[in-house]
Ligand binder design. Structure first.
Ligand code: SF4
Ligand code: SF4
Length: 437
């Protein structure tokens, strides 16, 4: 069986956020395979703990992927500050002829455009993907999962960190579909009475208060923060209010653009100009919105750069969706030339955490063995890029962990779904609910 076939059979998708089906990438032909272990979301350490715990599996996945794609160069991008902790990975990488690319501790080192530049010196063309410059990028957990899929073991667990206002910040490997409530409980419970959780990170994750939601194949973890924390209050503001405030208060200081990592890499992203679109209608709005098209939604402008605490990232989101709805293609500058201040204007992670008021939660979240035995898991049929899977089980069916419960519709982009615990299917409504009996 080829790697692409085993990845498809095992339901492997990008574990770093986007959930792109891994079997598609395994089909490509490239010069570089690049493991993404940069993990730059503040307080989340699940990739670090995975690389410490399972270095051989990460390296084996990288090796399989390089053989499948014909890549001659193998690199894993990791933070230099973890050099001591990653001796096992360095050893495993050396055995397969891969090297570690030591990265600085700035945000967002894990962005594919930044990682590809830092590791290969190549700049991805505007609106392009790493493949355009001969590179395939996979998160280190995806590499681990590729290795296990090649051994016939499907993706039924997920590495997650539970950080922030909890009694025992930790990293766990949990059954997919387990609830956020069970996760918070495993970390000793919240250390405050009222809280909300940033799912998969403060910078690029979603804020939720519903703890019945499940862990998916793309969830990196939970950051628990008090309900009255400044970041929670900012995030809870309705979008209309964010845009209304921006319209009246933006003084066009350009800090949001000057700190934008995509702008510094040489792309034509200029959030301060996008802010102007909030004040214009009809044609003017579209003109300024064009400067948002290459934004990667990293959140740095909103959460770090803007001295007025406005919402340029959200203005970019609005602009991008507005242009998409109108079917307007990007027509900006295609030349990419590194900004002379690229190296000097990185935002150190510690500085970012201090600015956001979360430095008090900056503690290790070591891996903890925890006997997760959820009474119920809720496994969404759509937790990846592409279309939802079709259920292959009916209510009342008995399943075992590892059984396929969702299949990719014929000829579509998608990923298989598997049961993560033994039990009985009790609900089918966009998710497969399995209860232990
Ligand atoms: S940093 Fe804030 S105030 Fe300055 S231009 Fe950007 S959005 Fe406007
Ligand atoms: S969110 Fe802001 S800082 Fe990040 S890429 Fe977009 S415009 Fe730039």
């Amino acid at each position: 069986m080829t790697l692409a076939e085993s990845a498809q059979r095992g339901g492997v998708v990008g574990a770093g956020g986007a959930g792109f089906p891994a079997h598609v990438k395994a089909h490509s032909s490239v010069e570089y395979v690049l493991g993404n272990g940069a993990e730059c979301e503040p307080l989340l350490h699940k990739d670090l703990e995975l690389m410490i715990r399972e270095p051989e599996a990460v390296a084996a996945g990288l090796s399989l992927l390089s053989k499948s794609t014909g890549a001659t160069k193998r690199i894993i991008g990791v933070k230099k500050k973890y050099e001591e902790h990653l001796r096992g990975l360095a050893h495993a990488a050396a055995k397969i002829g891969a090297e570690l690319q030591w990265l600085g501790d700035f945000y967002p080192t894990g962005d594919e455009y930044v990682l590809v530049y830092e590791s290969t010196g190549r700049l991805i063309p505007p609106q392009g993907i790493p493949l355009n410059v001969g590179v395939v990028v996979n998160n280190v957990e995806t590499l681990r999962n590729l290795f296990y899929a090649s051994e016939g073991i499907p993706v039924i667990t997920k590495y997650v960190t539970v950080a922030g206002a909890v009694k025992r910040p930790s990293t766990f490997r949990v059954p997919i579909g387990i609830s956020f409530a069970d996760l918070v409980q495993a970390a000793g419970g919240a250390s405050v009475a009222e809280f909300a959780v940033f799912v998969s990170g403060i910078m690029m994750g979603k804020l939720m208060t519903d703890l019945s939601q499940p862990v998916t194949k793309t969830c990196a973890g939970l950051v628990v923060l008090p309900l009255d924390h400044h970041l929670v209050r900012r995030k809870l503001l309705p979008l209309e209010s964010m845009h209304r405030i921006g319209k009246s208060a933006c003084d066009q200081c350009t800090y949001c653009t000057e700190f934008c990592p995509r702008y510094l890499l040489g792309y034509d992203v200029q959030p301060h100009k996008v802010m102007r679109s909030l004040s214009f209608t009809v044609s003017g709005e579209d003109v300024w919105s064009q400067f948002a098209q290459l934004c990667c939604a990293c959140g740095l402008c909103t959460l770090y750069a803007c001295p007025e605490e406005l919402y340029p990232k959200e203005a970019c989101d609005k602009s991008k969706s507005g242009l998409k709805a109108k079917g307007m293609a990007w027509q900006g500058n295609r030349d990419v030339e590194l900004h002379p201040m690229y190296d000097g204007r990185h935002v150190p992670l510690k500085q970012l955490m201090t600015k956001m008021g979360v430095h008090e939660y900056d503690v290790p979240a070591h891996f903890a063995e925890h006997p997760f035995q959820p009474k119920q898991v809720r496994i969404p049929l759509h937790q990846h890029a592409g279309v939802a899977s079709l259920p292959t089980v009916a209510i009342g069916a008995t399943v075992r962990a590892g059984d396929c419960i969702g299949e990719i519709p014929n000829g579509k982009l998608g990923a298989r779904i598997h049961a993560s615990i033994d039990g009985v299917v009790t609900e089918l409504n966009g998710s497969v609910v399995i209860e232990q009996r």
